[in-house]
Ligand binder design. Structure first.
Ligand SMILES: O=P(O)(O)OC[C@H]1O[C@H](OP(=O)(O)OP(=O)(O)O)[C@H](O)[C@@H]1O
Ligand SMILES: O=c1cc[nH]c(=O)[nH]1
Ligand SMILES: [Mg+2]
Length: 209
């Protein structure tokens, strides 16, 4: 089963509380989603492999460390996942970005895919799927499945708020995928929204409501 990790650093918790508040406007919401994504990236990449590299400082030759291993592709699930991209890129500027467009049918709560575009060399890269909300888990599962169909084997999922139902759904369907969240909330409401959650992440980021 994939690991599920809550990244409950005090800065992350504090910032998450700000965006949960209903009075927080789109401008601040968008900025803080990016900041949390950056802080989460810092924690998610804690165990990245390093290799020795010989360099020359102005004082002379020395052997130091640099990142080794696979390069990263960030895969936001449109729309709301876009809010996390810049935060991750600030930590890993060399990452590429692929996108999966998906919306949840409001009646069935099933995801509908409408766009898919990833870098050509995606199979040689690790993919970090990002979306602020993991509710039923349907959208994340379909996005991961779409990547696997194209041959991607190394996938992680980062969300801000997870519902227990969504975590279980991804762990059941994709046991090879580790999940990182800023918070694990109480439950899913009958309308498919997370409680206490933060409302509709896409609408709050883009100001569409
Ligand atoms: O786990 P699930 O039950 O699939 O729900 C989570 C999905 O719902 C939201 O997207 P939404 O469909 O509102 O699209 P949007 O990002 O365009 O607003 C959210 O950003 C996730 O992608
Ligand atoms: O609480 C939720 C659930 C799904 N999508 C959201 O944006 N918020
Ligand atoms: Mg939405």
């Amino acid at each position: 089963m994939g690991k599920f990790t809550v990244l409950n650093h005090p800065l992350i918790q504090h910032k998450l509380t700000i965006i949960r508040r209903k009075e927080t406007g789109s401008n601040e919401f968008r900025r803080i989603v990016g900041e949390i994504a950056g802080l989460m990236t810092y924690e998610i990449t804690r165990d990245l492999p390093l290799q020795d590299v010989e360099i020359e400082t102005p004082m002379g030759k020395t052997v130091q460390k640099e990142l080794a291993g696979k390069k990263l592709t960030i895969v936001p699930i449109l729309r709301a996942g876009m809010g996390m991209v810049n935060g991750v890129l600030e930590m890993i500027p060399s990452a590429k970005v692929g996108v999966v467009g998906m919306y949840r049918d409001e009646e069935t709560l099933k995801p509908v895919e409408y766009f898919f575009k990833v870098p050509k060399d995606v199979t040689e890269r690790e993919c970090l799927v990002v979306d602020p909300m993991l509710a039923t888990g349907g959208s994340a599962n379909l996005a991961i499945e779409a990547l696997k169909k194209r041959g991607v084997t190394d996938i992680k999922l980062a969300v801000l708020v997870a519902a227990p139902e969504g975590v279980k759904a991804v762990q059941d369907e994709h046991p090879d995928v580790d999940i990182y969240a800023a918070a694990l909330d109480d439950k899913l409401l009958p309308n498919g929204y997370i409680f206490p959650g933060l409302g509709d992440a896409g609408d709050r980021i883009f100001g569409t409501k």
